[in-house]
Every structure is written in C-alpha cells, then in structure tokens.
Design a protein. Structure first.
Length: 427
C-alpha cells in the first residue's frame, strides 16, 4: 500500500513494522516493570540490605509515577512520530526545496532540519515541563525554576544552531568532495570533532549551565588527592558543581586527556560521608584503570567507520539508493542528509542489537569497577554509599529481571551489593 507523495514500498513499511514491533516490545517490558512497582511487600533481599519499608514504598511510588507518565509519552510520541514520518517531515522537505531551490542543497537541508526539530518541540517541552514540575516536584527532586528551565532551553537551542550551522554544510561538502571514498574523510573528521568536543564541552559548554568551583571541603580534597596519587591517576583539578540548582539527584565523573584529568563532584553527592565518597571515586578510577573509557571510544570509532562505509555502499548503489529515498516521500532527491537519515532508519535493527551488546558490556564494566574498589579495601564503604545514593535518588529497588536485562546500563543495586558481599566472603 502507498501513501501520498510516493510514501510506501518495502523499505518504508519494513521500517514501520520494525519500529512498531520494538515499541510494543518495550511497552511490554514497561508493563512488567510497572507491575513490580505496584508491589508493596518489601522483598526479603532488599530488607536484608537495611532498607526500611517506608523508604521502599517511597521509591516504588516515585518509579510508578515516572513509569506511568513515560508510557503515556511513549504512545503519544509513537503516534506523532509515525505521522511525521509519513506526512509532516516529507512536507517540510518539499517546503524547504520550494523556499531555497533544489540546487541549494545546504540551505535546503538546514531549513529542513530546523523545521523538523521544531515540529515536535511543543510536545517535547510539554512532556519535560510535566516531568520536572509535577513528577520530580512531587517526589522532592526538582529544584529548577521555570525561568531556569526556559533559559536552559534557549541556550540549548542557540548552541545547536551554532554547532549545526557549520557542521551540516561541512559534512555535505566533504561527502560530495570525497566521492566513493568519502567515508574515510568523514570518519577522520568525525574523530577529530569527537576529541575536540571532549575538550570543548566540559570547558566551555557545560559552564554555561552550571557553576564549577574548587571543592570546598579541604579535608575531603586532601583525601581524594591522596587516593589519586596512590593509584597514579593524573589528577590536575578537583571541582564541585551546583547540580542542586536543578535536581537533588547526585553524580560524579572525571574527564580530560592523558596526563590532565579532572574530577567533578555534584554538590548533592556531598551528603555521603568522606569514606563513601572515596569508595565511589575509587569505583570511577576502576573504569580508568581497566581502560573502559578508552575501550568505549575505540568501539565507537570502529562503529562510525562501519556506519559510514556501509552508508557509502548504499548511497552509491544507484537505483536502490533512489528507491529508498523515494519510499520515504522525498521524491528523487539525492541530498546527502536525506540519504543518511533514511539509511539510519533501515539499519535500526542492527543498531538495536549493538545497543544491547553495549549495555551488556557496560554492566560487566560496572561489576569490574566495583571489584576494583573492593580490592582496595573499600567494599563496605562502596556498598553503603551505593545504598544511600539509591535511597536518596529513590532508585528502583524491585526491578523485573527482563526489564533490567534489556534496559539497565548499571546492574541492579541488589546485584551489585550481592557481588560485593560475595567478594568479602572470598577474602
């Protein structure tokens, strides 16, 4: 069956079938987890961790509210996205061509991307407002004001225009210039940009949204510097960031290249005692020691090379490439970004498998980093710190096994604490 403007055919309907199947599967997982969130009996294993009944019920209520709203949003977005896929986004391209002229590929693409980004903006903003100012507010997490919310929105939009303005035309020109071997040049450019943004984002972009200061607690600073020296971690700066002005959720991370590493601690994490914070940071140092971040960068790099190479095979496949673009309602256009967009839809099944494999890898890395902290004699402090953070963040203490296997990038809290206890017994 076909839709107006040539939308239809095996490529289009194949993508719709896959995306619909994935939507139904993820909603099935959400229902499984929602059923677990409705349980009021404190699981024995959770009780054994020292979690009180009221803390468990509070976490269940928070997770239930979040999940119900997420499922409503998911169905609304599913219907809206399919409407956009079949009608609205192709119409936006035709409008861009009429406005800029088909010969001006860069201008047409930029206008199309601008229109496409704003088509679903009202829905996305409404969902974000409700999530922050109703659900997060109800459960005591939201610290953001309306003025800060919209200031963040404006900053984010302006940054996206400033970045996409030169990057998209640059990509188009590089593909055209590179010919059939464009993937080599695009890959090299993407690697340069990736490493550039790893430096630009924390140093210039993130400070537009948060205030970074040297860690106020000098005693804690001395202990962290001693830990870094003990593990030969090249720490050059130690910051605390005002995450509390948006949310009471806590976090910590490090960034930087080679011998220039910096640690950032959210001020909301400072509710833990010093030894718990040191154990959490020791876990993070475990990721560095085992090369997890370097490994992820290498995998991402190889993935991009394979992606651009395979895109090139499709883009220069002649009639097949034209048929793919035409089936999504873009006529006979040979625009680079249209080809890339439709190609990315068709490889969604492969990407879904890769995402799942990366999720499994990430969970394994988390266990390994936990073991590193335990080997350094910080097992008990890490366990108590993880438990306290989970309770403060009202984390999911009662996950469905299939939902957790598919979605969780970090092992469930019960699994992590069980592994830490097993390590202590071996010792």
């Amino acid at each position: 069956p076909g839709l107006p403007n040539g939308v239809g055919g095996p490529f289009f309907w194949g993508f719709v079938a896959f995306s619909s199947g994935m939507h139904l599967f993820t909603q099935y997982l959400e229902l499984r987890q929602l059923r677990k969130n409705y349980e009021t009996k404190l699981p024995e294993e959770v009780k054994a961790l020292g979690v009180g009944e009221q803390a468990f019920l509070d976490a269940q209520a928070y997770q239930k509210d979040r999940r119900c709203f997420s499922m409503v949003c998911s169905w609304a977005n599913f219907a809206f996205n399919n409407l956009c896929l079949a009608v609205v986004t192709p119409a936006a391209w035709r409008f861009a061509v009429r406005t800029c002229g088909a010969e001006n590929e860069c201008k047409c693409t930029l206008l199309w991307m601008f229109l496409s980004s704003w088509i679903d903006k009202p829905l996305a903003v409404a969902e974000s407002l409700y999530k922050n100012f109703v659900i997060e507010e109800k459960h005591g997490f939201n610290k953001m004001t309306c003025s800060l919310f919209f200031a963040d929105l404006v900053k984010s939009e302006l940054l996206s225009y400033a970045l996409m303005g030169p990057l998209v035309p640059g990509l188009i020109k590089l593909v055209r210039w590179g010919g059939k071997r464009f993937y080599l040049y695009v890959w090299a450019a993407s690697q340069t940009l990736m490493f550039g943004f790893m430096w630009i984002y924390p140093n210039f972009i993130q400070p537009l949204f948060n205030k970074f200061e040297p860690l106020h607690d000098e005693q804690l600073r001395d202990k962290i510097e001693a830990l870094a020296a003990e593990e030969e971690f090249p720490l050059t700066n130690l910051f605390q960031v005002d995450g509390s002005k948006r949310s009471s959720h806590s976090n910590a991370y490090f960034f930087g290249f080679w011998k220039n590493k910096r640690i950032v601690i959210f001020d909301t994490l400072l509710t833990l005692d010093h030894e718990q914070i040191l154990a959490v940071l020791c876990h993070e140092l475990g990721h560095w020691k085992f090369g997890h971040i370097t490994g992820n960068i290498a995998i991402s790099s190889a993935h991009l090379m394979a992606l651009f190479w395979s895109f090139g095979q499709v883009m220069y496949s002649g009639d097949t490439s034209k048929e793919i673009v035409h089936s999504f309602g873009y006529g006979n256009s040979g625009a680079v970004m249209l080809s890339l967009t439709t190609y990315s839809m068709l490889i969604a099944p492969v990407e879904q498998v890769l995402v799942l494999l990366m999720t499994l890898r990430t969970r394994a890395n988390e266990f390994q980093a936990d073991t590193f902290a335990a080997e350094k004699g910080r097992s008990k402090e890490l366990a108590s710190g993880l438990l306290k953070m989970s309770q403060e963040n009202k984390g999911d203490l009662n996950p469905d096994w299939l939902y957790a296997w598919y979605h969780f990038s970090h092992p469930a809290l019960v699994e992590r604490l069980r592994a830490l206890k097993a390590f202590e017994k071996k010792q």
